[in-house]
Design a protein around this ligand. Sequence first.
Ligand SMILES: NC(=O)c1ccc[n+]([C@@H]2O[C@H](COP(=O)([O-])OP(=O)(O)OC[C@H]3O[C@@H](n4cnc5c(N)ncnc54)[C@H](OP(=O)(O)O)[C@@H]3O)[C@@H](O)[C@H]2O)c1
Length: 362
Amino acid sequence: VPDSIAMTRSVVLARAPDRFLAEDLRIETGPAPVARGAADVVVRLLDLAVDPTIRSTMQTERVGYPLVGFGIGQVVESRNGDWREGDLALGHFPWSEHMVFDASAGREADGGPTKLIPQAGVPLNAYLSALGMPGQTAWVGMNAICQVEAGETVFVTGAAGSVGTIAGQIAKRKGSRVIGSVSTAAKADFVTSRLGFDGALDQSAPEPLVDALARLCPDGIDVLFENVGGAFTNALLDHVNMAGRIILCGAISNYDPRLPEPGPPLLSLLERCIRVLPFHYSRHPEIAAEWIETGTRWLAAGELAFEDTIVEGIERGPEAFATMLTSGSKAMGKIILRVADLDRDERASRRDGSSGSTLPSC
Ligand SMILES: NC(=O)c1ccc[n+]([C@@H]2O[C@H](COP(=O)([O-])OP(=O)(O)OC[C@H]3O[C@@H](n4cnc5c(N)ncnc54)[C@H](OP(=O)(O)O)[C@@H]3O)[C@@H](O)[C@H]2O)c1
């Protein structure tokens, strides 16, 4: 192992929280992992996706271990002929500066890292957001779980988040009228001006919700693409049309167990014969995989917009995670924890100028 990586820092779960605070994570420095096995590959981490799903892993048995989530790394040492120094790897990685994986035959099929060959002009972080798991989730939900039709009104909650931004754009391409809910005026401007949504419901605006809904969705809501849950979503249900559908993707407002949010009023669902369609992207691998090709094509044609929020430095992992779980932050799209940067020239040649903004302080 090169001397320069003798030590490595990780974002470790300090305690299993009821209500998550940045202090529930700590930065730990330890010896860098070394290649021991015959097929070991050592990777330095570049970008990590700050995904809501990681919240569900913060259990007592994980205390003392690094968080694990989707990330992209670069090979710095390889004992396996299929991986060379400089190769990029996409996979489930610990939130550490370095990690080692066993690249023996069959490991990839078992969910091990895969080689990433980025398309020219596409920034690496896109493979964790617009083209990655969140984009694939949007595609599965909007395209397969619910056949959204032209002319329908689609309402996306958490619209400025990674899934919401892509879900809304897919629905627009299907000819729907798309409205998204967001927590700030800046996010409202982002989803309408940048992403082409037909309207945004800014939850921070003084306008009463019923008035905003009547203005933005005069024909009611046909499809609710649901990312947030809780009281806000329940208030939307009265505006969902008879035989409407709810694509149940997530409920981020409920991820802290000490903050129970009211469940959906069942009578509202019953009276309107609303169908609730829950799904998890991982149960539809073929459809999710379609998105990588489709989304890449749309991006190349300039027909898909996205923005990620880059948080620089592994030491900012706790802050980035707390920001992700907070409504009303400045973060647009997916929060990416940038652990290390590729060679500046290399990244510059891959950047399309629309990859993201930085979050100077959360
Ligand atoms: N079913 C699946 O297969 C699947 C796969 C991936 C993700 N998901 C779910 O999809 C949802 C969106 O994921 P994502 O990757 O788009 O996340 P994201 O990029 O982090 O965006 C989440 C958005 O949620 C809002 N938010 C954050 N904390 C909140 C809180 N406490 N209460 C209310 N709103 C809050 C924020 O918007 P505002 O500031 O505008 O409120 C933020 O933009 C999550 O619920 C996630 O668990 C489901």
